[in-house]
Design a protein around this ligand. Sequence first.
Ligand code: SAM
Length: 306
Amino acid sequence: MINKIYLGKQEKLFKRISDESIDVVFADPPFNLNKKYNSYNDNMTQEEYIKWCNKWLKEIVRVVKPTGSIFIHNIPKWAIYHASFLNNLCDFKNWISWKTTSSPPHKTCLFPNHYSILYYAKNKNKQKFYAIRKPHDRCRKCNFLLKDYGGKKHLLNQFGPMIGDVWTDIFRVRHKKKRSKHPCELPVHLIERILLMSTDEGDIILDPFMGTGTTAVASKKLGRKFIGFEKDEKYYDIIIDRLKNIKSNSKIGEYWVSWYLDNIITLREKDWDGISKYYIKPDNPKKIDKEPMVLLDKNLRGQMIF
Ligand SMILES: C[S@@+](CC[C@H](N)C(=O)[O-])C[C@H]1O[C@@H](n2cnc3c(N)ncnc32)[C@H](O)[C@@H]1O
């Protein structure tokens, strides 16, 4: 079933996946917000929705390897139910808060400002995990570091900080030209970040709600394998079309990384020493606050892998 997208309902397709055969599952289900999908009716009662989710969550836990991880993307309203269900079956790692405008504004509570990505390990502390880094936040106009590190500047990692559980640097695909005709397409580099922290080259990633195929695209770009389910034929066609032009080349030198435009947006901590030779750095590390590093040659992107 490897590197294939299956047109059909996850309820049936999960039965074809053996127990403990998948390294990572990423699931981005419909959020039950009455969104306009092509064929899916996104409008269950709360009780129906939770019951439906618990069924596929159980399947996800079944198919993940003992060394595997599970990531569930949803709005906090539903994530609290997913967490209380998963807490009995596997090991909670993080509630990743992805900062972006989520469900519509409410009149009776605060404006929802993040999506949650629940991160679970199938078995306690047996999952693959790699610490990851992102570039420093800088002012768009003057390029200075946004955070004041005072006299500790020279101690900073020159690429940027370790990534924690609040993600503010990845934005939804809004530009009409860049997105498909699907209401919920996720950014590829969001999934790439997740895969860099939880998988190795060749690992198998399953997404039971493929939508436009973002998980398959990210997996392929990073040299991982994928299996996808999608019930809607129109979206299935989008995925197949999208995958045609994707190459397994999200690298710099020998290292898998995640790119956004011409910049690396996520890399593994353990790879930084090797990757740092591709950057021109300020001659004095104390100048890091005003002098960003520059890639030696942007064309190095993906160039040296074959
Ligand atoms: C939130 S979207 C996923 C978007 C995806 N992450 C992307 O970046 O494009 C959820 C998808 O699940 C699909 N879906 C809904 N019920 C399904 C089912 N029972 N089996 C398989 N797919 C289903 C919908 O058609 C929709 O495309």
